[in-house]
Design a protein around this ligand. Structure first.
Ligand SMILES: Nc1ncnc2c1ncn2[C@@H]1O[C@H](COP(=O)(O)OP(=O)(O)OP(=O)(O)O)[C@@H](O)[C@H]1O
Length: 317
């Protein structure tokens, strides 16, 4: 891939206390994409970001950013990378605009008032520029964090849980901001617990659990490959087992035999077709049902299944 902007190979991190936070992580990020890294608490997301942004020293593997080895060209690379960390970090008594200016200087860039103004305006912070940060709401403080990370015009931007603790309205507003950055060609890697966020924003999604990458793919292919359709047939009379004539369908019984559950398909409409066939066959076989509910799986279902599967495999091993 010639447009790879970040190339992580065989990355390992074992913390001093012995916690293995990353195991043999391979990840390639393409220029201009929005990549969402999903994982439960403690999966290794922050460690992975920290390894690229210089807060964590990996114990194995390699990281190339903009085609350069991070361990050799750290300073030049860091100038072109932005990070919005999970935890708020600034001088609470300082004014918004000063913190943004200061951040630009920290990365070795000369003052540029036009740029600072543009960033503050794009995040609807211009009116608050002379307000002391401690007086802002939590969501607005988070915007200041983003403004700081954007002040030096990064080409690669990491957002670690950008919308944690932010209300729905502000979250959507931030999504718009992130979209605007993409339009400007910024490559964005975000970690999130909100699967809705990944579903809405990302071009590609990676799932990490216990320090291992379980899956990386285009969001649409994940839905097509792993998406399922579910149908719940409420039966008039309970069944002891799934009839032999129906075993070609992915079925099981729930609710002490009163609910026949179909779970199958592949996100391409196959599930809906099979459910329609199944419904007809139930009628032909005199298996009366009094209710039918269907729904397509979401990215969240796929994510939960993947992590649970991985957890179950680990328990067996
Ligand atoms: N400085 C540290 N020293 C020792 N262990 C650490 C350190 N930082 C993180 N860990 C451990 O490494 C593992 C991965 O943590 P990490 O913060 O990377 O996960 P995460 O996916 O970002 O979690 P969350 O979603 O809760 O932020 C966890 O078991 C965590 O307890």
């Amino acid at each position: 891939m010639s447009d790879v902007i970040l190339d992580i190979r065989g990355l390992d991190k074992t913390y001093a206390g012995g916690v293995k936070a990353l195991t043999n992580v391979d990840l390639q990020i393409r220029k201009g994409e929005i990549f969402a890294l999903l994982g439960p608490n403690g999966a290794g997301k922050t460690t992975l970001i920290g390894s690229v942004c210089g807060m964590v020293r990996p114990t194995g593997g390699s990281i190339e950013v903009f085609g350069k080895d991070l361990s050799k060209s750290w300073k030049a690379i860091r100038q072109r990378v932005g990070l919005v960390p999970q935890e708020l970090s600034f001088d609470m008594f300082d004014k918004v605009i000063r913190q943004v200016r200061y951040s630009r200087g920290m990365f070795g860039f000369p003052p540029d008032e036009a740029r600072v103004e543009e960033v503050l305006k794009s995040l609807s912070l211009w009116d608050k520029r002379d307000v002391s940060i401690r007086e802002l709401s939590g969501g607005m403080k988070r915007r200041v964090m983003i403004a700081k990370a954007l002040a030096h015009e990064p080409e690669l931007l990491f957002l670690d849980e950008p919308t944690a603790g932010v209300d729905v309205e502000l979250r959507r507003d931030m999504w718009r901001q992130i979209d605007a950055l993409r339009e400007r060609g910024v490559t964005i890697i975000l970690t999130t617990h909100y699967i809705e966020e990944a579903e809405e924003m990302a071009d590609r999604v990676g799932v990490i659990n216990k320090g291992q990458i379980l899956l990386v793919d285009d969001k649409d292919s994940i839905m097509a490959r792993l998406g399922r359709t579910e149908a719940h047939f409420t039966l008039e009379k309970p069944l002891a087992e799934v009839p032999a004539t129906l075993t070609k369908y992915p079925l099981h019984l729930e609710g002490e035999g009163t609910c026949l559950v179909y779970r199958g398909g592949d996100g391409t409409g196959k599930g809906k077709r099979e459910i329609a066939d199944l419904a007809q066959q139930l009628v032909r076989e005199g298996l009366t049902y009094t209710g039918l509910e269907t729904r397509d799986s979401t990215l969240e279902d796929i994510f939960v299944d993947l992590v649970e599967d991985n957890q179950a495999k680990e328990t067996v091993q």
